[in-house]
Write a protein that binds this ligand. Structure first.
Ligand code: HEM
Length: 463
């Protein structure tokens, strides 16, 4: 492992490399499971092995519970007062409680089933109109998920929904990947020279205006009734008004943006990858369609409760999240108190990256790691987090994603609709193996080239 001047080796705790030779998929793991990088001004550790992931996300979880300051979120997320980017402490704990108990509880996620069912059915109706011709699924998938999240966040209260979605799309394009400004935090001038700051400020201003309008048009306290389901924003405004939590209007806006930002790109990327893998693996595709069509027996409209026992559909989503984590390095952490790792003294402010991508493809845990085999999860009880930290699509520890249930529902339900109502083909008679799987790093890892398919409506009366 490379060390820099900041790293003191404690000789009494020698760093012992793992005895086996972990690999990245079929490639050897060239730089070892615990690596130190000097990225600009930032001393950074990269963890690429389940054993070390467990160490940093359990034993040292509290030491690594901070997030580094990033230009984008400082501007867009109201000086990092959202859940994802706020520093570890009382304020974050309060937000986390709100998110877990109120916004993203299993009950709340289930209560929004009608939104997912509606929007997925709207997608089916749109796709039926283009049946037989190539459609740009990437775009349609993003728009469907964005509408689902928008309705959950704002209810019917956002007249500028389309503009809001377009601005967030613009923001996602601008973020992600390597940003030179973030690795030289003291050189504020770089932020302006790269032109990113003014662009982010303009995006923030436009989003803020829409959020202010929605809040000012909010009709006052409206709790859940038989014909009204509180939107996420309404829950936040209720909590703010009750005084139970100290929340400013900016805090409410920051958390609302988090729900939107966290919920759209990750789920739409996962759905796109699931469809891409199914096109490349026609036997898996067929099996999934048979499972659904036999279970639903020609039903005209799918309800979420119909999907409860569809094991194969669930295995497909898990396997997609293993191979295509939307956030392959999770979200970065920052060391907030000195600790020792593998015999090395880790100073405060060291950045930590957990390479979930390498971990989810570690051949010591996953035979044939580069092959799409949903069945592997039948014999593997791993849920959203591996018992040995070998499966980390949602991270782990205190700052683990609080929305795994919602994230999975937002993938499973649209995927079930696509599988049930349509047979799929690539345009121009191309074969599954011709489909490229080139990735691009934006806010999450997406397909570089948009996914176009020809969809043929399936005759439901056959079942
Ligand atoms: C397939 C979908 C999703 C995936 C794969 C995913 C993945 C992740 C990951 C890897 C992290 C970082 C965990 C860590 O640092 O250890 C995270 C954090 C977070 N995610 Fe998700 N996520 C998904 C969907 C969502 C949705 C739908 C929302 C909200 C509506 C959301 C909200 C958040 C928040 C608020 C955090 C920050 C938690 C904290 O710092 O305390 N995510 N997510």
């Amino acid at each position: 492992m490379a060390t820099s001047n900041n790293w003191t080796h404690a000789s009494s705790h020698r760093f012992t490399p793992t005895p086996r030779s972990p690999r990245f998929g079929s490639e050897p793991l060239k730089y070892g499971p615990l690596m130190h990088l000097q990225l600009g001004e930032l001393s950074t550790i990269v963890i690429s092995d389940p054993r070390w992931a467990k160490e940093v996300l359990t034993t040292h979880d509290i030491a690594f519970a901070d997030r580094p300051v990033v230009l984008t979120t400082e501007i867009v997320a109201y000086q990092n007062t959202d859940v994802v980017w706020s520093p570890y402490g009382d304020y974050w704990r309060q937000l986390r409680k709100i998110v877990t108990l109120e916004l993203l509880s299993v009950k709340k996620v289930k209560s929004f089933h009608y939104i997912r069912e509606d929007e997925c059915y709207n997608l089916v109706a749109t796709l039926r109109k283009s049946a037989g011709s190539p459609v740009n699924l990437s775009q349609m998938i993003f728009d469907t998920i964005a509408k689902i999240v928008c309705r959950a966040a704002f209810g019917k209260g956002c007249k500028d929904q389309e503009e809001f979605i377009d601005i967030v799309k613009e923001l996602f394009k601008l973020t992600g990947g390597f940003d030179v400004a973030d690795v030289f935090p003291s050189k504020k001038i770089i932020h302006t020279l790269t032109g990113k700051r003014p662009k982010l400020e303009s995006i923030h201003k436009r989003l803020d205006k829409i959020l202010s309008d929605v809040i000012s048009e909010h009709p006052g306290e409206r709790s859940n009734t038989a014909d009204h389901q509180e939107s996420l924003l309404e829950v936040l405004l209720r909590l703010q008004a009750s005084g139970e939590f100290k929340l400013t209007t900016k805090n409410v806006k920051a958390v609302t943006l988090d729900m939107f930002g966290g919920g759209t790109d990750t789920s739409s990327a996962t759905l796109e990858w699931a469809i891409s893998e199914l096109i490349k693996n026609p036997k898996v595709l067929k099996k999934a369609q048979v499972e659904l069509r036999e279970a639903l027996k020609g039903k005209e409209r799918i309800l979420e409760t119909d999907l409860q026992d569809l094991d194969y559909l669930k295995l497909i989503v898990r396997e997609t999240l293993r191979m295509h984590l939307p956030l392959p390095l999770l979200f970065p952490r920052e060391c907030r108190e000195p600790c020792k790792l593998g015999g090395y003294d880790i100073p405060v402010k060291t950045k930590l990256l957990v390479n979930g991508w390498a971990i989810n493809r570690d051949p010591a845990y996953w035979p044939n790691p580069d092959s799409f085999i949903p069945e592997r999860f039948r014999s593997n009880p791993t849920n959203v987090m591996g018992s040995e930290y070998e499966y980390l699509p949602f991270g782990a520890g205190r700052r683990m994603c609080p929305a795994a249930v919602l994230g999975i529902a937002n993938v499973e339900v649209p995927l079930a609709h696509m599988l049930y109502y349509f047979d799929w083909e690539l345009p121009n008679g191309a074969k599954g193996e011709d489909l490229d799987m080139v990735e691009v790093f934006g806010a999450s890892v997406q397909r570089k080239n948009e996914l176009h398919l020809v969809l043929k409506p399936y005759n439901l009366a056959q079942n």
